[in-house]
Design a binder for this molecule. Structure first.
Ligand code: NDP
Length: 274
């Protein structure tokens, strides 16, 4: 598909994966508008708009500004999101669980609802949602983040069936660990319990090691460009070698092997159990 003069909107483009995506789309010829909660002047070549994906008012304002400027949105990249530091699932309050979903899942839903009417009217468009390998794998001590990405996967696959009748296709991108500010921005559980203290420390340390050898965000940006420009886009794109291997394991390895593999990777099998 020709990317020249197409208008792309990328949420969470102030750093990491979103910034790399916006820059890659710009160099591929898209007219790119990145967003962040602060908005303001872009340090890159693409434009920046203020947008908070947890606020309907903010989304309506940014999308109408963009429609006023360009008259169209051809490509929406739902990237804004944040992670959680290692914690037992029961260490987060319901309020915190909701806050994680407000950005990582309902942010995608809000953006979709705001942009789809414009795409539907033109009879064309692409929506690309940044999911994760944790959209199809479990994450012990990261259950809520993992659940938010599983929600993105289910929503995206259903939406793709609905919207293709209006000329709009939906894909997800599934990166593994990627070197960004993700760990720095990750939030800690708001109701910590002594029972989880040592495992939290353990999983955080292992996660840091895994991040140290992770992919550059440009790897994810390439996968996004591929999905955005494919004549017949796939529903799911893994980003990077590690994500590809994990996806194949999930699809073809016995469930018991996946279960053991997850525990081994996080070295949970070395911890004492009751
Ligand atoms: P960063 O922390 O580097 O970037 C997060 C971006 O999201 C920032 O631009 C931030 O902008 C924006 N953001 C956060 N909350 C909101 C909000 N409420 N409204 C609008 N923008 C918001 O992390 P990554 O680049 O790593 O993460 C990007 C996406 O990639 C996330 O969805 C994440 O879950 C996913 N992902 C990351 C992986 C990784 O290992 N890094 C692996 C797999 C998936 P600002 O703070 O300026 O508003």
């Amino acid at each position: 598909m020709n990317s020249k003069n197409k208008v792309a909107l990328v949420t969470g483009a102030s750093s990491g994966i979103g910034e790399a995506i916006a820059q890659r789309l710009f160099t591929a010829g898209y007219k790119v508008y990145g967003t962040s909660r602060r908005g303001g002047v872009s340090k890159n070549e693409f434009e920046m708009l203020p947008l908070d994906v947890t606020s309907d008012t903010s989304i309506v304002s940014a999308v109408s500004d963009l429609i006023r400027l360009e008259g169209r949105i051809d490509l929406l990249i739902n990237n804004a999101g944040f992670g959680t530091a290692a914690a037992g699932a029961e260490e987060s309050s319901i309020e915190q669980a909701k806050a994680i979903f407000e950005t990582n899942f309902f942010g995608v839903v809000r953006m979709t609802k705001a942009v789809v009417p414009h795409m539907r009217r033109r009879g064309s468009g692409r929506i690309i949602n940044i999911s994760s390998v944790l959209g199809f794998l479990p994450m012990p001590y990261g259950a809520l983040y993992c659940a938010s990405k599983h929600a993105v996967e289910g929503y995206s696959e259903s939406l793709d069936h609905e919207l293709r009748t209006h000329g709009i296709r939906v894909s997800t991108i599934e990166p593994a660990y990627t070197r960004t500010q993700f760990l720095t921005s990750a939030i800690a559980a708001d109701t910590p319990m002594a029972e989880y203290e040592s495992v939290r420390t353990h999983v955080d340390a292992v996660t840091k090691e895994l991040f140290a050898e992770s992919d550059d965000p440009t790897v994810v940006a390439e996968a996004v460009l591929q999905a955005a420009t494919a004549e017949h886009p796939k529903l799911r794109y893994t980003a990077g070698k590690q994500a590809k291997v994990l996806s194949l394991l999930r699809a073809f390895a016995p469930a018991s092997a996946v279960d053991a593999g997850i525990r081994k990777k996080l070295r949970l099998h070395l911890l004492p159990t009751k």
